[in-house]
Design a protein around this ligand. Structure first.
Ligand code: LMR
Length: 404
């Protein structure tokens, strides 16, 4: 009965992890998935997470009952403050709908599903996605019947932002289009708009009545500062651009497997927020019933305890700064030591967990096949996979494939 089911290709990112695991070479390096590693290439359980886990485990009142459908209120409220700001007028005005989700992917899905049901699309249901974007964005929107369309974003000639192209697509898109924006640390390019560019983008959103669908998976990873990395979202809220934000705690708290995240929709008033919340609850109930408790309890404890919050901020700085050090090191090795043809300053200019090296797909494939260095075939490398022990080996590999 299933003969008509076609075989699907493996996931582009997770197949790299599988290939890396199966590789028996002692030289192998995984620069595929965006997951933080310490200087020994090991997953890092944040010290603040260890501390919070201990506190939770010692709590005799801890049970395993269901959470409310929209999640743990202490978590969703703190998560909203984290992204929108503790002094957010939208929060004070009770016009933010916050729902706990299965990490950032679940937030994207719930947001997309909600829009597909209730947004007044101008013609065909479409979402504008940056070219390129996280591959899963395409799949998530298609699943709910929204067609992805590209907007210009990355300029391969400058290895930077094509701001005019971006603004041009926004101008020519139909009014009230839904546009997905990476709040910070753009995945996969590591290229973010400057403050001035965000201003211009917001102008066009307001002029055309576009809807901003923010994905914020890397708050803290761009600059090492949670508030600074939320500034584009906060600025759009302040300007009155209609929007929602998908939030993940996978990367900035190292809680990849706990699936802890949230969706925040900023509505025009409290009454609209009430109606939206009621519909979000209905959607959530039919999809997951209620979200998982453990990760949300950890983050609620951390975000609502000033000393733990300070410690979390220090842990985020540790991760962000190690990545920045690796950017500098890779840049120095390619430029000074190997004198690799081409310019490499984009490596230090780009932001967050990834660098879009500019390597083409055959160079990327050669890095994997010949040097056991794993990366996506668009030339994206996860900077978090580099460390003081393997960065020279990786630079040498890049040098060799560039020289052909
Ligand atoms: C990535 O882009 O590597 C991460 O966001 C992990 C994922 O889920 O794809």
């Amino acid at each position: 009965i299933w003969s008509q089911v076609p075989l699907a290709p493996p996931d582009a990112i997770f197949k790299i992890t599988a290939g890396y695991k199966a590789d028996t070479s002692d030289k192998k390096v995984n620069l595929g998935v965006g997951a933080y590693r310490d200087d020994d290439g090991k997953p890092w359980v944040l010290p603040v997470i260890k501390k919070a886990t201990q506190i939770l485990c010692n709590d005799p009142a801890l049970d395993h009952e269901y959470l409310p459908i929209t999640g743990l209120p202490e978590f969703t409220a703190a998560a909203a403050r984290l992204i929108l700001g503790a002094d957010s007028e939208a929060i004070k005005g009770k016009r933010v709908v916050s729902v706990q989700t299965i990490s950032g992917t679940g937030a994207n899905h719930l947001g997309a599903l909600f829009l597909s049901r209730f947004y007044a699309f101008n013609g065909e249901k479409r979402v504008y996605l940056s070219d390129p974007t996280w591959a899963n964005h395409h799949a998530i929107f298609k699943t709910v019947g929204i067609t992805p369309v590209n907007y210009k974003y990355y300029d391969p000639r400058t290895v930077g932002l094509d701001c005019d192209g971006f603004l041009g697509t926004l101008e020519s898109a139909p009014e009230r289009s839904v546009v997905l924006l990476h709040a910070c640390a753009h995945n996969p390019t590591g290229v973010d708009p400057t403050t001035e560019e965000w201003n211009k983008i917001a102008d066009v959103f307001l002029k055309k009545g576009h809807y901003a669908f923010f994905d914020c998976a890397y708050q803290g990873f761009a600059s090492g500062d949670l508030d600074r990395d939320a500034s584009a979202v906060r600025y759009f809220v302040q300007r009155g651009v209609p929007l929602l934000v998908c939030q993940s705690f996978a990367k900035n708290a190292g809680l990849y497997g706990e699936r802890v995240g949230a969706l925040h929709l900023v509505a025009e008033d409290t009454e609209a927020a009430e109606r939206i919340r009621s519909q979000m609850s209905v959607l959530q109930r039919s999809e997951i019933s209620n979200p998982p408790a453990h990760g949300a309890r950890l983050m609620a404890l951390i975000m609502n305890t000033p000393e733990l919050m300070d410690e979390w901020k220090r842990d985020i700085k540790t991760m962000a700064h190690r990545i920045i050090d690796m950017r500098e090191e890779l840049y120095k090795l390619l430029t000074n030591d190997f004198k690799t043809p081409g310019t490499w300053n984009h490596i230090t200019k780009q932001i967050g967990m990834f660098s879009f090296t500019g390597l083409n797909s055959s160079q990327s494939q050669t890095l994997t096949d010949k040097y056991h260095i794993y990366l996506t075939n668009n030339g994206r490398i996860s900077m978090a996979g580099l460390n003081t022990k393997n960065v020279r080996y990786v630079a040498e590999g890049i040098d060799k494939v560039v020289r052909g």
